[in-house]
Design a protein around this ligand. Sequence first.
Ligand code: ZN
Ligand code: ZN
Length: 350
Amino acid sequence: MLESLHNHTTASDGEMSHETFLNEAAANGIGIVGFTDHDSLPSLSTVTHLRDLSRENPALPKWIVGIEMSSGLPKELGGQPYSGLHIVGIFVNPENQTLIDHCARSKQARIERMAEMVANLRRLGFSISEADCLLASEGESVGRPHIVRALVWHPPVAKCDQPAARPPREPGCDGPAEGAHAPGGPEQERYQRILDEPTQEPYTLFLADGAFIPGVYVEYKYTLDMDSCVRLIREAGGLAILAHPCTCKSKIPLAMAEQMLAEGRFDGIEVVFGKERDAADRAAARDIAERLRTRMPPVVMGGGGDIHTLEGMREWSAAPWAQQTRGLLEALLAARPDLKTTWSSLAQSS
Ligand SMILES: [Zn+2]
Ligand SMILES: [Zn+2]
């Protein structure tokens, strides 16, 4: 069975409820599911409902309560918000008050951040409102995917969803650093992403740090520095795993991540993430985890599909690299016998 320890539901920017996710995962050959919503925990009633479902239908995939924290940089790099650094916590206690407080504060900060991006978009002439975005988020942690969803509700900008040519760049605007346009440079890589994935276009155009059109994207307003995020996850009983290391490698190169793992600043690293083009990074992350397998406690391997939609689930489960998730959980549990599996269906007899 495939294992996806990193996924999103309607509790953040995913499109499926926890229950729908489990049912669809079963149909797509996924045997283990981690629910890791952005700075959001499942409520106790959701967990109770999940336990009931697992009891009624033992064939459902196993599930694990988790979280994906948007982290600030480590203090030695300034500690400030940085959208590329995410930390997945699995087996966390959803009743941990410090973690709950963090989620509440983060949710409020996300609303303020969204309001600023909406104001910036309106200045550019887009028809979009804060209410649209909140409606798109269905009451959960609002994020950029909800802004994108709300943008295309208004016919004049429906073309946001369509592939388009690269927009011209104004000379003298706040652009990327000299050399960024060079082959292999970050600008080139972003452009390639537009061509590869039209759904990424709004992000590449204006909704990301360093997007083609500056002045729209707003950085996270509230994040804890990296080590504080890890501490929070550990204090809630979970393991802290560096998520998709390819998205933070411009600030935290893999060699630095390896050093941090060796120092015990994370419990593990994702080795399955991203798209086909991320194969080299997946292999490098796995090499790091292999090298640190003998440290005590051993560095664990995590990862999965980072699944947000049913279509995304189908695509991921058919991708060859999804096969690399087989056995992840078994190895993780063997490496960390101290781990309490209370907040998962593993702790359930039947
Ligand atoms: Zn992430
Ligand atoms: Zn994620």
